[in-house]
Ligand binder design. Structure first.
Ligand code: XLS
Ligand code: MG
Length: 366
């Protein structure tokens, strides 16, 4: 299987601003980013419709930009694998997009998503990914969480109906996150998203896009989060990056933190032969300049390839094989129930050795 590497346009276009500091890089043009990604090893990209088409653009301007983007895509041999919408940065959505307490604002959010779905369709995106960054709360007294879920349900149902009505070959996904920018977001983990999807009118059309950083922010094991999505047949996409647990959203480059977690995520995707694009959603460091963003792109891809190679080594290692064969053999030799408590032999769990083999393989000493 040929792996497809992808980046959000917003990752490379990120200008290095943070809540305490102004941008440190000048803006990059999205069309330039599309060609630049292809030139630096990516075969695909994701975007928010607004990354390409400034909000408020007239239809003719939208169509011109889409036409130019498609031309770039054809010339560079790069495709669009997911579209979304920036329903989080504008003040009008400050109390939520789909969950806002103002019906008028909820309508605006749905219209905004629907328009972005149309853009995604015109760019050939097979997925519309929704990260509802404002769909949360700081003041729980202001909204019942049940009402929030019902509003989210109504919004997703409407968007799925929009896709069906137009006959688009496009699926929907939810990208969960526990918090930030809101104090708490309602769709916080893969588990929350899966339970929520089951309440929708067309659950088959909707899946999840787990992000490593978001799982780590919730103190969860990202490989386990992704496994739940895979197990449910709902892994529609993935956002790869780095993050120290239980902190603000760091969006560090892939490989920039949590080496072992990253290894087990790559191992899961590779072992399961997951066919989807390996999408990076991280930011070049604030200290990086306009040239350095391409090092960031190449670095993320290279980190994935190196970890995939480590997975191959792990899977082919003789001692690892022996240990795993030993572990598997326990599964078939079930001791009779009456002797299980005191009569069965003491098992040597060689997990210390196994864990060290992982360490050695990762460090390159094996
Ligand atoms: C933010 C999200 C965001 C989405 C796209 O935390 O990761 O970047 O992936 O809207
Ligand atoms: Mg993301």
């Amino acid at each position: 299987m040929k792996r497809v590497f992808s980046f959000g346009l917003w990752t490379v276009m990120n200008r290095g601003a943070d809540p305490f500091g102004a941008p440190t890089r000048s803006p990059l043009d999205p069309l330039q980013v599309i060609s630049g990604l292809a030139a630096h090893g990516a075969q695909a990209f994701e975007l928010h419709a607004e990354d390409l088409i400034p909000p408020g653009s007239l239809l003719a301007e939208r169509d011109r930009l889409i036409h130019e983007a498609r031309q770039r895509m054809d010339d560079a041999g790069i495709r669009c694998v997911a579209c979304g919408s920036d329903v989080f940065s504008e003040p009008i959505f400050k109390d939520g997009g789909l969950v806002s307490n103002e019906a008028r604002v909820r309508r605006l959010a749905i219209a905004r998503y629907a328009a972005a779905i149309d853009v995604g369709h015109l760019l050939g995106a097979p997925l519309f990914n929704i990260w509802g960054g404002r769909d949360g709360a700081e003041v729980d007294a202001s909204r019942s969480p049940i009402d929030a879920l019902k509003r989210l349900r109504d919004g997703f149902n409407e968007l799925a109906a929009h896709i069906a009505r137009h006959g688009y070959a496009m699926r929907l996904s939810i990208e969960p996150k526990p918090n930030e920018p809101r104090g708490d977001l309602y769709l916080s983990t893969v588990g929350h998203a899966l339970a929520f999807i089951a309440t929708l009118d067309q659950p088959d059309r909707v899946g999840v896009v787990p992000e490593l950083a978001h799982a780590a922010m919730a103190g969860l094991n990202p490989a386990h989060e992704i496994a739940h999505a895979l197990y449910a047949g709902k892994l529609f996409g993935i956002h790869l990056n780095g993050q120290r647990p239980l902190r603000f959203d760091q969006d560090l480059r892939f490989g920039g933190a949590n080496l072992k977690d990253s290894f087990f995520v790559v191992k899961l995707l590779e072992d399961e032969d997951w066919p989807g694009p390996r999408s990076f959603d991280a930011h070049p460091y604030r200290t990086t300049d306009e040239q350095g963003v391409w090092d960031f792109v190449q670095g993320c891809i290279s980190a994935y390839k190196i970890l995939a190679e480590k997975v191959r080594r792990f899977n082919e290692d003789l001692e690892v094989h022996q240990l795993l064969a030993e572990i598997r053999s326990w599964d078939v030799s079930v001791p009779p129930v009456e002797t299980a408590a005191e009569g069965s032999p003491r098992r040597a769990f060689l997990y210390d050795r196994l864990d060290h083999l992982v360490f050695e393989i990762l460090m390159g000493t094996r």
